[in-house]
Design a protein around this ligand. Structure first.
Ligand code: PRP
Ligand code: URA
Length: 211
């Protein structure tokens, strides 16, 4: 079980928590669910990127020249398909120059063990900031597999962004990747026998896409 000193960054902004509450509700059907997931993903992304490197850059205002900070450095976002796509869109809204990889994983309905059906990653180096995005961190099996893949591709500066985590999933990531910080809007109570998060919000992908 995870302990209070694990590197979990709880996104506690009231607007995020309000969106999470509505997202959990069975009254939120795909269009509303999607809007809320997008909003929440934007706030999680802002929290998870507050220490991105910047460089000074000069611009000319209508009145005079001034110096401000421009984002610098290489950023890659890697959604775990399908559900991670909504978070990746939020990252690209905020960081349009980020590059994007895709990891397709599907949990087996009986065993809850994820298997891979798609992989395409851009070139990554030790200085690339990699944001692995997957809204649900349940057993942690899918996120762990995605982290294996990006580390195997050369990344070492990696963050995991989610929306709802289970203590079991946090513990899995902490054991395998203690240096990977986790950003999430909630660490829920536990998994049920089918490895769904309680209270959770059900199957994120199904609710997002109406499947
Ligand atoms: C869901 C979710 C995560 C995974 C979490 O995906 O989006 O990727 O389960 O569970 P885990 O931590 O126990 O691995 P799912 O396999 O249902 O695919 P989908 O996004 O296509 O619906
Ligand atoms: N995947 C989901 O979408 N929801 C859960 O509760 C667990 C895994």
């Amino acid at each position: 079980m995870y302990s209070a000193d694990v590197p979990v960054h709880l996104v506690s902004h009231p607007i995020a928590q309000n969106a999470l509450l509505l997202l959990r509700s069975t009254a939120s059907y795909p269009s509303r669910f999607r809007r809320l997931a997008e909003r929440l993903s934007l706030i999680v992304t802002i929290d998870a990127t507050r220490d991105l490197p910047t460089i000074d850059r000069t611009v000319q205002t209508p009145l005079e020249a001034t110096v401000g900070q421009a984002l610098s450095g290489d950023i890659v976002v890697v959604p775990v398909l399908r559900a991670g796509l909504v978070m990746a869109e939020a990252v690209l809204d905020l960081i349009p120059d980020a590059r994007m990889g895709h990891v397709g994983l599907q949990r087996n309905e009986e065993t809850a063990i994820a298997s891979r059906y798609y992989l395409k990653l851009p070139p990554m180096s030790a200085t690339t900031t990699v944001l692995v995005v997957d809204p649900m961190l349940a057993t942690g099996g899918s996120a762990c597999m995605a982290l294996d893949l990006v580390h195997g591709a050369g990344a070492s500066r990696v963050r995991l962004l989610s929306i709802v985590a289970a203590p079991e999933g946090v513990a899995t990531i902490e054991a395998a990747y203690p240096d990977v910080p986790i950003y999430t809007a909630a660490v829920d109570r536990q998994l049920n026998e089918q490895k769904y998060i309680l209270p959770g919000l059900g199957d994120f992908g199904d609710r997002l896409y109406g499947t």
